[in-house]
Design a protein around this ligand. Structure first.
Ligand code: NAD
Ligand code: SER
Length: 313
C-alpha cells in the first residue's frame, strides 16, 4: 500500500495518531515527521520542516506516500505570542503540503479548530455554516487553511478533508500551547498536587474532546465515502462542552480534596471568549457518521485512572 505521512507527528495529537495508524495500516506504512528529532521513536521517522517544499517532495517520493495527515502548526497561545511565525508555519506549511499533494496525487487531512470562529459567530449551537471572523492569528490561519483546502479540492481535485477540532484532552504528550490546555493541565495537577491554578475564568464554556475520539474522528473521516462529504474541509466536531468550574466538580468526585484557584491570563481569556460555547456538529454526524464515545464523566474517570497509575498515587 501507499504510505501515510504525518507532519508534526511529535505533538499532542500526532504522537497518538501515529500509533493508531500503525496499528490500523501496518507499523512500517506510517512515516512520522517533525521539525525536531525525538530521543526515540517506535517507527519510521524523518526530520521534516513542513515549510520546506523540496524536503516534502523528497520525503513523499522516497517513501511512496499516498496520504498526508498535516498536523504541524503553532497553536493559539503560541501563535498570539509569535504571529508572524504562526502565519509562516500554519499558512506556508499548509500551502506546501497541498502543493505536494497535488503534484504527487496524495489525499490530505488538515485539522481546523474552534479557533476558526470569532466574537461575531453565534456562540451557542454554533452552526456548521456561519460567520467566521476570528480575532486571533491562529484563527485567521485556520479559516484561511479551510479555504485553501477547499480551493485545492475544487480547483485541482485534491482529496482534502478536515475537522474543526475542539480542545483535545489527553495523557500521553502535553499540549503545545493552546487556550484549551487548562483542561489537560488540571488533571495532571489534580492527581500530582491536589490543586490547580486556572488561567481561564470559572464560567468559560468551551467545546472539548478526549483523544481517543479525536483520533477515531480523523481516521473515520479519511476513510469516509467522499461523495457524501458536502463539508469536506471543516466539519464541526465536539464531544462535550464545560466550564473550568464544571470540570473541577467532576474531578472532585474522584479526588474530594481537590481545590482550584484562578489567575486569569488576559490573552488566553480573550481568545476563549471569542470562541463558541458549544458547536452544532450535526453535519459530521449525518455526512460520515461522527459519534463520540467519551463525555466529561467517562473521560475524567479514564484520565484519573491513567495518571494515578503513572504517578503511583
Ligand atoms: P502540537 O503543538 O502539540 O504539535 C505540533 C507539532 O508540530 C510539534 O511537534 C512541533 O514540533 C511541530 N512543528 C512545528 N513547526 C513545524 C514545522 N515548521 N514543520 C514541521 N513540524 C513542525 O499540536 P497538536 O495539538 O498536536 O495539533 C495538531 C493540529 O491539530 C494543529 O493543526 C492544531 O491546530 C490542530 N488542533 C489541535 C487542537 C488541540 O487541542 N490539540 C484543537 C484544535 C485543532
Ligand atoms: N486547543 C487548541 C488551542 O487552544 C484549539 O484549536 O489552540
Amino acid at each position: 500500500m501507499k504510505k501515510i505521512l504525518i507532519t508534526g507527528a511529535l505533538g499532542q495529537i500526532g504522537s497518538e495518531l501515529m500509533v493508531a495508524l500503525q496499528k490500523r495500516y501496518g507499523h512500517d506504512n506510517v512515516i512520522a515527521t517533525d521539525i525536531r528529532r525525538p530521543p526515540q521513536v517506535d517507527g519510521v521517522f524523518e526530520v521534516l520542516d513542513c515549510t520546506c517544499g523540496h524536503r516534502l517532495h523528497e520525503t513523499i517520493l522516497a517513501h511512496d506516500v499516498g496520504t498526508i495527515y498535516h498536523l504541524a502548526a503553532l497553536l493559539s497561545a503560541v501563535a498570539e505570542a509569535r504571529p508572524q511565525e504562526a502565519w509562516r508555519v500554519n499558512m506556508d506549511g499548509t500551502l506546501h503540503v497541498l502543493e505536494a499533494a497535488r503534484i504527487h496525487g496524495c489525499s490530505v487531512f488538515v485539522p481546523s479548530s474552534i479557533g476558526a470562529f470569532g466574537p461575531t459567530t453565534p456562540a451557542d449551537d454554533t452552526p456548521q455554516d456561519t460567520i467566521q471572523r476570528p480575532t486571533s492569528m491562529y484563527g485567521v490561519t485556520k479559516v484561511a487553511g479551510e479555504l485553501l483546502c477547499d480551493y485545492y479540492a475544487h480547483r485541482f481535485g485534491v482529496d482534502t478533508r478536515g475537522l474543526r477540532y475542539p480542545g483535545i484532552i489527553s495523557n500521553v504528550t502535553p499540549p503545545g500551547g493552546g487556550t484549551t490546555d487548562y483542561a489537560v493541565d488540571i488533571y495532571y495537577s489534580a492527581v500530582q498536587h491536589g490543586k490547580y491554578t486556572c488561567f481561564l475564568r470559572e464560567d468559560t464554556f468551551l467545546d472539548m474532546m478526549y483523544m481517543p475520539d479525536a483520533i477515531h474522528a480523523a481516521i473515520t473521516l479519511m476513510e469516509a465515502d467522499s461523495t457524501k462529504l458536502l463539508h469536506r474541509n471543516a466539519f464541526n466536531v465536539t464531544a462535550m462542552s464545560f466550564t473550568p468550574e464544571q470540570i473541577a466538580a467532576e474531578i472532585r468526585k474522584h479526588l474530594p480534596g481537590f481545590t482550584m484557584e484562578y489567575k486569569i491570563d488576559p490573552v488566553r481569556q480573550g481568545i476563549a471568549d471569542s470562541w463558541p460555547n458549544h458547536m452544532d456538529d450535526a453535519a459530521a454526524r449525518v455526512e460520515w457518521g461522527w459519534k463520540p464515545e467519551f463525555d466529561l464523566a467517562s473521560m475524567t474517570t479514564d484520565m484519573i485512572r491513567v495518571l494515578k497509575n503513572r504517578f503511583g498515587k
